[in-house]
Write a new protein. Structure first.
Length: 527
């Protein structure tokens, strides 16, 4: 009877998720007639009242999201967590790289492209918002500010959801929210756009660290490093190109709103891709779905053991992951992520305007920005090579050192008042692209499974927190000189380099089970 009730419960959960997705999709489609009616006005909706279909649609989106979440989240959470406490699913450390691994990498690259594309579209919608709503740039800057605030919230919240409810459930929940927030493209008021962008940011920020945690747990150790960096890097670069490509092709015809409405087909695509994303075997075992868990483990070459056996098998002389080392490493990676956000969403955005103010042509500044995307692409492969073939820890330290050199040259350029900006900007771009390609994979490999999602989510949130601080300064009207900005950012960057060199551990080729075993040994009395 227990197995039958579990099966019925699982079927009900699938139907609840499907019904929730349908309700959200119908709710979004209810907004499309008003968008179509505005064709004669080049799809300008500012000031138009929301009709009854739109109001009903919003209700369906809210209800559908909760119904889908109900279908995704497991029942009897406390009992399942207790059942999972003594289950350790061995990472496929000795497995060959097979079709299942390549398929997972391909699916997660597409998922990350869709995920990164959402916040990347912000920059392409701001000019249209300024024109349609008739407000200054300072006011419209609230949209990216609240979107970044959403990514910070999502990174922390989804990390917790992934650790408690499973990796796949959290990814699918993000996909459903992507579909719902596509109504940004039909909102007649700026205030509604700001609210919806916060929700979109929460979904986008939440999915990113979960994909890293899932990939880290499924890949063989000798392939884990380069696959993590490559998947994350290609997803980030691909997301930017997808956003810019859609903007170039569709925005001249449909206006800026089409970039938000594109969340409908891309979000549904991500929901369908969920069928190709495996659920955590440990999560399935805890729910009593043994056959499904065994199928996942066979595909990826994993096996399940007891936690007590894993602890007993740990090397007696291994260095325990004590609280000081655990939190020291988290502080180091958090500072590194915060520094990246300050540079990427602050310094690199302010630098072109500063160069123009110093007498450089607009063409030079524009060319530097355009070339940054081209520079980012090979940087992904270089970072993946260093991370997988040399050292995970020192590859990150090298990228931080390169970023520090770029900051120092920007400061020197500011103090000298003249000189070429090419080398400073190139060092900053290469260094920061290397950091963002490495820091989240390294985080996912550096923490035990029980806190991996939360730790990766926290560090991902810190990358957005730096951007949030930079955008907040812009909104408040505080303008710092480029030299002062560089000097201020150098401090946390240098401290993060020192802390990572001190607390960081080499993860290349290392069995992730060692982290769980060492953590379990902390506090045990000596024999």
């Amino acid at each position: 009877m227990g197995g039958l009730s579990s099966t019925l419960s699982d079927r009900q959960a699938v139907w609840a998720f499907a019904l929730g997705c349908l309700a959200v999709t119908v709710g979004v489609c209810a907004h499309l007639p008003m968008f179509a009616m505005a064709r004669a006005m080049h799809y300008h909706l500012a000031g138009m009242p929301m009709d009854s279909f739109m109001l009903v649609g919003m209700g369906l989106i809210v209800a559908g999201t909760f119904i889908a979440a109900y279908g995704l989240l497991p029942r009897n959470v406390a009992a399942q967590r207790a059942a999972a406490a003594d289950i350790v699913v061995a990472a496929p450390e000795d497995a060959q790289l097979g079709p299942a691994h390549w398929g997972l990498m391909a699916v997660l690259v597409v998922a990350l492209v869709i995920d990164v594309m959402k916040p990347a579209s912000l920059g392409f919608t701001v000019p249209g918002m300024i024109s349609e709503y008739g407000v200054p740039k300072k006011t419209v800057s609230l949209v990216p500010f609240f979107a970044l605030a959403g990514t910070v919230t999502g990174s922390v919240l989804w990390g917790w959801i992934a650790d408690v409810y499973g990796r796949k459930a959290s990814i699918l929940l993000s996909a459903v929210m992507f579909v719902g927030t596509s109504i940004c493209g039909a909102m007649p008021s700026l205030a509604w756009n700001i609210a919806m962008c916060f929700m979109m940011g929460a979904a986008a920020g939440g999915m990113l660290p979960v994909t890293y945690a899932l990939l880290a747990e499924m890949m063989p150790s000798r392939h884990r490093g380069w696959s993590l960096v490559l998947v994350g890097g290609l997803g980030a670069v691909g997301g930017y190109f997808a956003a810019s490509g859609l903007s170039a092709v569709l925005q001249p015809i449909f206006g800026w709103r089409i970039l938000w409405l594109a969340n409908l087909p891309t979000g549904l695509t991500l929901v369908l891709l969920g069928a190709l994303i495996p659920e955590s075997a440990k999560f399935l075992l805890a729910r009593g779905r043994v056959q499904e868990a065994e199928a996942v483990m066979r595909r990826f070459g994993a096996r399940a053991t007891s936690a007590s056996a894993t602890v007993a098998a740990a090397a007696p002389g291994s260095h325990a992951l004590t609280g000081l080392r655990l939190y020291g490493k988290l502080a180091a990676l958090s500072l590194c992520a915060l520094s990246w956000g300050l540079i990427n969403f602050g310094l690199l955005l302010w630098l072109p305007a500063d160069l123009v103010a110093k007498g450089y042509s607009v063409g030079v500044s524009s060319r530097l920005l355009a070339e940054s995307a081209l520079i980012a692409f090979p940087t992904v492969f270089i970072a993946a090579f260093l991370y997988s073939r040399w050292s995970t820890k020192w590859a990150l330290v090298t990228m931080i050192a390169m970023t520090l050199a770029g900051l120092l040259l920007v400061l020197r350029l500011e103090l000298a008042g003249s000189g070429s900006p090419v080398l400073p900007v190139a060092l900053l771009i290469v260094g920061t692209n290397g950091i963002i390609a490495i820091v989240l994979p390294y985080t996912a490999e550096s923490f035990p499974m029980r806190v991996r999602g939360r730790a990766t989510g926290w560090v991902a949130a810190c990358t957005k927190s730096g951007g949030l601080l930079a955008q907040g300064l812009t909104i408040s009207g505080i303008v710092l000189s480029m030299g002062l900005s560089s000097a201020l950012v150098m401090l946390p960057t240098a401290v993060s380099l020192i802390l990572i060199a001190w607390f960081g551990r080499e993860t290349r080729g290392r069995d992730l089970r060692d982290l769980d075993a060492e953590t379990a040994q902390v506090g045990r009395p000596e024999a």
